[in-house]
Each structure stands twice: as structure tokens, then as C-alpha cells.
Ligand binder design. Structure first.
Ligand SMILES: C[S@@+](CC[C@H](N)C(=O)[O-])C[C@H]1O[C@@H](n2cnc3c(N)ncnc32)[C@H](O)[C@@H]1O
Length: 509
């Protein structure tokens, strides 16, 4: 049986009214993230997020309204028409193709998954059946859909990007490679106009369904590769969770960019500058090759376009075997015949060998179009847990870079600083020892950074309450520890800069 996508059309008032009635029915039955958690309980809810349906099937045997919706839209089970009619405007759903008849029963044509917005909004993400979580390997039921064109729901990468995106009000936002439309949906909350592009026309139709069902304004949907569909247009915010997987061939549009190695991510970064308005941000997730004889930081630095500041965080590095296995499983190749699996694995390793690739880095890239002659380019490895959302931390990073760029050492010593609210001090040393071996300042929020400081650094940070200039504090410390104040003033600005750069100290003015 071939599955067609729903035809709901936000431009057509009648179809739009039908979508509103469907949304009202979903809400009335508590088909929301909270409602699901209540119905399924934490273990079955978490299992569903891992693509495991058995616990949720057991929890929805009762046939109540919410159970019916879970079975239809999340578990791809047909339900008797009378039961569907008790909870949904069935005629509307049939008219727009959300449901189709299957013998005496009705079944859904797409996965519709409750998704909580950042301010508690009840949203729904539409995707292909069986593709709401995980990759194409988990697919069970999208009969008639060309596998290469499958549209996935929200995965870990989607929520990571949504979390790190700077959410300031902007005029124009671009979601490049929109897929289910999740990033466009977030952007619609703080951008006056949202453009969403995708190479896959099915994705654009599905993104339109996500936006309409979630009650967001429509986005301008444009089909095409990378920046091709937007011509010369510029944006205040560009977000992209692109098909970053480095693979031996383009088989799955949602993940394989179809360009060699990490060329798709590089092209995206290099071309972004021409599509950013002044002060605009481009935020994307990317994978990059670690090539023998080359520092990954040099590789990434060479990607950053002129006129842009950049903050690049490498979150994880996988060796090529782990990487190949991850994506072989994602595509379901581990279920193929052993020889076929081995041939695919071999092809992956051949590709890496040909490119001299030893490992693959995964991380976040943020560009800001500053036009600065000496752009600030920060590359770092930070594999530790962070506290999302980090959108404000991203804005804070660039604001601090601006401050440090404009403040020489004399001005730094004349400035006053405050210790950031969420910083604690840890002392590390042998039990019973009078003095610690070293002191660590640790943030309990945001990037959750930790940095080693000496006793002067710890004393300085502890006294920073915004009332005294940094130089005066150093003079007092010098007296206390019997050090020459001139020397101390001379050697400390570098450490103050690090503490400011990493967000431990905030300039007061
Ligand atoms: C990893 S999915 C991301 C989907 C969604 N934005 C999210 O965050 O969950 C990548 C998307 O990029 C699209 N895509 C693939 N190649 C592309 C290209 N050359 N240009 C634009 N989009 C592309 C895929 O169809 C897919 O929808």
C-alpha cells in the first residue's frame, strides 16, 4: 500500500480550519509531551524515545482517547473507525489525508509526535512513519516511500542545535535543510520571517505540516541545495543541522550530503558569510575529518570566511571504525546479509583510507558576521556535559570577545568585575594537607567550564564583587602575599582575560 503525505494546506482557509480542529482534538485528548509521560510512565516514554514500541503498546491497551492517538500516530497501528471518531474529527483527517482507510480501520499516513516548546508550548513534529526517532534503520512502516527520501523526526542533533541557537528577536531567519521543520518552528517564535529550504521536496511538505499543526505562522519553503534556493538574500540568523555524515556515497538524503569527505560542511561554512546580514549569526552542527599530519583546528580555522568571528566547539571524536559502525546501524545495514554488511563496512573504510582520515570530529560551529579586521576565532575541545539551552551563552561568548578585543591591559586593570553567579571553588589536594595543591573554579550552569587557578587567581576571583577596580584588588593581594605590586599587575592581565573569556568574571560596566 502506498502512503501519501497529508495535503493540509495552510493557505487554504477550509484546510486551515480543519487543521485547527485537529489541533484542538489533540490538545483535548492531552496528546502532548506531558500527557504522554503521564499515560505511558517514564520507562515506556523513554523507551519510545529509543524507538522501542513494545512498552508503549502494552500501556495503550485500554482504548481511551489518548491511547487511541498514541497507537495511530506513534505506534503505526490501525484503529477501528468508531474509536478514532470518538477522539478525532475523522472526516477532516480523511479529507486532508492525515488518516486513510485500511479495511474497516483507519491508520495514520505520517508520524505525529508531541514536542514541548521551550516555553511549555504544545507542538507536534511530523515525520515519516517509523522515522520519528533514530535513523532509517528503525523504519517499519512507510510502505511506498523511497528510502533515500525519508524524512526523520527530532533526534539528538536536532535538539542540540535548537538548544545552542541564539534566540534574540530577528527580522529574517533561514533554516537550511529543514527536514521535519523543527528548527523553523523554533525560529518562528523570534523571527519575523522564516525561510526553510531542503533538497528533498517531501521534507518541505512535512515541514509545512509541522508548522501548521503546531499553530506557527507559515515559513517560505524553497527547494534546492545549500544556498542555491535563496539567491543573494541575507539573514540575521542561519541555522542548519545539515546532512553532515562523511560517507562513501549518497544513499540517505537526510544524512549523506553527497559531497566528498567533509566538503558539504566546509562549503556551508564558507558560503554562509555572503548570506549573513551585519551582526548576523550562522549556527550549525558539523562533522569534520581528522587527517593524518594535520591539526583539526587548522583545518577548521581555514573554513572560517573573512569578516566573520567564529566559535567552534569539538564535542566528540570517533575513530573511523566507531564512526562507520554508527552510521551502518543508523541505516539498518547491520540487518543485511553478513557479506553485504561487510562490503558496506569495507567501502566506508576504503573511503577514509583514500582521504587519509584517521578519525571524525563532531561539533558546533557558530559564525558571527562582525566585519572585524582581526576576527576572533575560538576553537576548542569541550567534550564534557553542558546545560542546555546555551543560546544565551553563545551571545555571551561573542559579547565577551568584543569586550576583550576593545580593552587593553591598562583598561582591564582599571575595570571592575563581578564573579559570575554560578561559580564555585573546589580545592584539590591530599587529605589533611594545610594548602591545596591547586584550586579549580567551576561553573554549575551553561558550558559548565572548569579552570585551574593559582592562589592569586582564586583570591582575585573571590573578591570580585564589582566594587573595586581589578588593579586595586591586585595591589591589596600583593601586600597580603608579600609580592611586588608592579610585577603582579604586569603578570595578571592574561589570567583575568582567560577568566573573562570563559565567563567566570563579568565586566561590570
Ligand atoms: C539531518 S537532517 C536535519 C533536519 C532538521 N533540520 C533537524 O534539525 O532535525 C538534514 C536535512 O538536510 C536535507 N538536505 C540534504 N542535502 C541537502 C542539501 N544539499 N541542501 C539542503 N538540504 C539538504 C535533508 O533532506 C534533511 O532534511
Amino acid at each position: 500500500m502506498t502512503t501519501h503525505l497529508p495535503t493540509a494546506d495552510a493557505q487554504d482557509p477550509e484546510s486551515s480550519a480543519r487543521t485547527s480542529r485537529l489541533r484542538a482534538a489533540l490538545l483535548a485528548a492531552a496528546f502532548t509531551a506531558d500527557g504522554l509521560l503521564d499515560l505511558l510512565g517514564a520507562p515506556a516514554y523513554a523507551a519510545l524515545a529509543r524507538s522501542e514500541t513494545v512498552p508503549a503498546l502494552r500501556a495503550t491497551r485500554g482504548g481511551g482517547p489518548l491511547e487511541t492517538l498514541v497507537r495511530l500516530f506513534l505506534l503505526q497501528r490501525p484503529v477501528p473507525e468508531a474509536r478514532a471518531a470518538a477522539v478525532l474529527p475523522v472526516a477532516d483527517c480523511l479529507a486532508d489525508g492525515w488518516l486513510v482507510r485500511d479495511g474497516d480501520e483507519l491508520r495514520a499516513t505520517v508520524d505525529v509526535r508531541p514536542y514541548a516548546g521551550p516555553d511549555g508550548q504544545d507542538w507536534w513534529i511530523v515525520s515519516d512513519l517509523g522515522c520519528a526517532v533514530g535513523g532509517a534503520g528503525g523504519i517499519q512502516g512507510a510502505a511506498g516511500v523511497d528510502r533515500s527520501q525519508l524524512v526523520l523526526g527530532v533526534g539528538g542533533a536536532s535538539t542540540t542545535l535548537a538548544g545552542i541557537t541564539a534566540r534574540r528577536p530577528v527580522a529574517r531567519a533561514l533554516d537550511l535543510g529543514t527536514g521535519s521543520g523543527v528548527q523553523a518552528l523554533h525560529a518562528a517564535q523570534h523571527a519575523t520571517r522564516v525561510t526553510a529550504t531542503d533538497l528533498n521536496p517531501r521534507a518541505l511538505r512535512i515541514a509545512a505540516l509541522t508548522l501548521a499543526l503546531s499553530g506557527a505562522g507559515p515559513a517560505e519553503l524553497r527547494e534546492g541545495s545549500l544556498f542555491e534556493p535563496v539567491g543573494e538574500e541575507t539573514y540575521d540568523l542561519i541555522v542548519s543541522n545539515p546532512p553532515f555524515v562523511i560517507s562513501p556515497g549518497a544513499r540517505l538524503t537526510y544524512r549523506d550530503g553527497g559531497m566528498g569527505g567533509d566538503d558539504l560542511c566546509r562549503t556551508l561554512v564558507q558560503q554562509a558569510a555572503a548570506h549573513l546580514s551585519d551582526g548576523g549569526y550562522c549556527q550549525l552542527l558539523a562533522n569534520w575529518q581528522h587527517v593524518a599530519g594535520e591539526d583539526w583546528q587548522d583545518r577548521l580555522r581555514s573554513w572560517v570566511p573573512r569578516g566573520c568571528d567564529a566559535w567552534i566547539v569539538q564535542r566528540e571524536v570517533q575513530d573511523i571504525t566507531q564512526y562507520a559502525e554508527l552510521w551502518l546501524r543508523d541505516g539498518g545495514d547491520h540487518r543485511a546479509a553478513p557479506e553485504e554488511y561487510a562490503a558496506r563496512y569495507d567501502a566506508w573504510l576504503d573511503e577514509f583510507e583514500a582521504r587519509g582520515t584517521k578519525a571524525v570530529g563532531f561539533g558546533w560551529i557558530t559564525l558571527r558576521k562582525s566585519g572585524a579586521e582581526n576576527p576572533s576565532i575560538t576553537l576548542e575541545e569541550w567534550p564534557h556535559p553542558v546545560e542546555q539551552p546555551l543560546g544565551d551563552a553563545v551571545l555571551g561568548h561573542f559579547a565577551r570577545q568584543d569586550y576583550l578585543r576593545a580593552t587593553d591591559d591598562a583598561a582591564l586593570l582599571a575595570a571592575r568585575f563581578k564573579l559570575a553567579g554560578e561559580v564555585v571553588q573546589e580545592q584539590v589536594g591530599l587529605p589533611g594537607a594545610e594548602d591545596p595543591e591547586h584550586v579549580v573554579l567551576r561553573q554549575s550552569r551553561g558550558m559548565r567550564r572548569a579552570t585551574k587557578v593559582d592562589t592569586v587567581g582564586a583570591g582575585f576571583a573571590g573578591v570580585c564583587d564589582g566594587s573595586l577596580p581589578a588593579g586595586r584588588i591586585l595591589d591589596a593581594i600583593a601586600q597580603l602575599v608579600g609580592e611586588d605590586p608592579v610585577l603582579l599587575r604586569d603578570r595578571t592581565p592574561a589570567s583575568i582575560r582567560t577568566l573573562v573569556e570563559q565567563g567566570f568574571l563579568e565586566p561590570v560596566d
